[in-house]
Design a protein around this ligand. Structure first.
Ligand code: PLP
Length: 401
């Protein structure tokens, strides 16, 4: 039997053994409530404080109390946006991008529909880069918050969030970034920026699921989404998920140690996979911006076939990756990210995201290169679109106007 190959690390990562080890005592011996006055609580309180400092270091926050623990990326995104709308009644507009995660986009859609909030959705170009002119034009004294992701989960494209935040400040708006895919993969130093809030999630960086954090810059006005006790300085009520917090802290410490590896070894694996696939398979191309992107992500569009078929056959070979398609009312819709980039349907339908982590090896790349040409050929033999297609040679990230 062949060893399974996991290349879906942007969906979730394997929890590191050292993370699990760090967490375990907090289910049993160290079970105290960190808010308690006695020794049981104090010991756990110390561990929560240590985890906050580990996270603070990873994202370059100036103060540890700028970290608010949450139940994950989705909650952090919701908290940031909903808080901003409560700060100033004269500011009731949101600016976001067309390629955000549903944690931001579906909330914005809901707010537009139910509360009449004006949402400016800034378009991107064929490589997924933000239309800066449209962004500047949308900023105004009505803007409550800008929420633009640090890096895209499907293509890996990185946004110039530090500069975008500076522009938001010029009109007095809050700036939030969903950095769920960036934290632990690329260096982040928040104290050298004017970013007000940042979301991150444990399970994307070899930590546990159901734990995340929202960075809230000191001095940023904030309204808690979850009302209750005084935990997290009143910013997120509810007894803390102490094993999760300790695990996230450990994951942050390990991510900092492995960052250089991610940027070189992991990027080299990714590049070898791309080069190998483009050489072996006709009519496919890499989507996103080749320079401004995460070191671990590759999104490749195989033209004239459907991603679901590709994933199914890959799965039979023990290879896990993903497609951005969503099944809407029985028909497979290509990903909103690729559609926003104006990638033709015939290519967007066949897009596959390969996302690496520090667990991947050269053998994983060899295995994918061995089986992918056969899979694509098999599916294309069944595709009426492929029969009449122009079999263009492989290209790298073409720009569709
Ligand atoms: N934001 C981005 C960019 C993501 O990729 C994800 C997860 O896929 C989330 C938010 C949601 O994070 P969580 O699963 O922790 O709620």
């Amino acid at each position: 039997m062949t060893t399974p190959v996991y290349l879906d690390n942007n969906a979730t990562t394997r929890c590191d053994e050292a993370v699990v080890e760090a967490m375990l005592p907090f289910f049993t011996e160290q079970f105290g409530n960190p808010s308690s006055m006695h020794a049981f609580g104090a010991r756990v309180g110390g561990a929560v404080k240590a985890a906050r400092a580990q996270l603070q270091r990873l994202i370059g926050a100036e103060f540890d109390h700028e970290i608010v623990f949450t139940a994950g990326g989705t909650e952090s995104d919701n908290m940031a946006i909903l808080s901003a709308l409560e700060i100033d009644p004269n500011r009731d507009e949101i600016i976001t991008s067309a390629v955000e995660h549903p944690a931001v986009l579906s909330l914005c859609g809901h707010l537009e529909k139910t509360r009449g909030i004006k949402v400016h959705v800034i378009p991107v170009d064929g490589q997924g880069l933000l239309d800066i002119a449209a962004y500047r034009a949308a900023l105004s004294s009505k803007t409550a918050i800008v929420s633009i992701m640090w890096a895209n989960n499907e293509t890996g494209t990185i946004f110039p969030v530090a500069e975008l935040a500076e522009l938001a400040k010029e009109v007095g708006a809050l700036f939030h970034t969903d950095a769920v895919q960036a934290v632990g993969k690329v260096p982040i130093d928040l104290k050298s920026t004017v970013i007000d809030m940042l979301s991150l999630s444990g399970h994307k960086l070899h930590g546990p699921k159901g734990i995340g954090a929202l960075y809230v810059r000191r001095g940023t006005r904030f309204r808690s989404l979850i009302k209750g006790g005084h935990q997290e300085r009143g910013r997120r009520a509810g007894t803390e998920n102490t094993p999760g917090i300790v695990g996230l802290g450990k994951a942050a410490e390990l991510a900092a140690l492995h960052m250089a590896d991610e940027e070189t070894r992991v990027a080299a694996l990714r590049d070898r996979l791309e080069k190998g696939l483009l050489q072996r398979i006709p009519a496919c191309f890499v989507t996103g911006n080749p320079a401004e992107r995460l070191p671990n992500t590759s999104n490749i569009a195989f033209e004239y076939i459907e991603g679901e078929g590709i994933l199914l056959l890959m799965n039979r070979e023990g290879i896990a990756a993903s497609s951005g398609s969503a099944c809407t009312s029985g028909s497979l819709e290509p990903s909103h990210v690729l559609r926003a980039m104006n990638i033709p349907y015939t290519a967007a339908h066949g897009a596959i995201r390969f996302s690496f982590s520090r667990d991947n090896t050269d053998a994983d790349v060899d295995r994918v290169l061995e089986v992918m040409p056969g899979i694509i050929e098999k599916l294309r033999a069944l595709s009426p679109f492929w029969q009449g297609a122009d079999k263009a040679p492989a290209t790298f990230a073409p720009v569709y106007a």
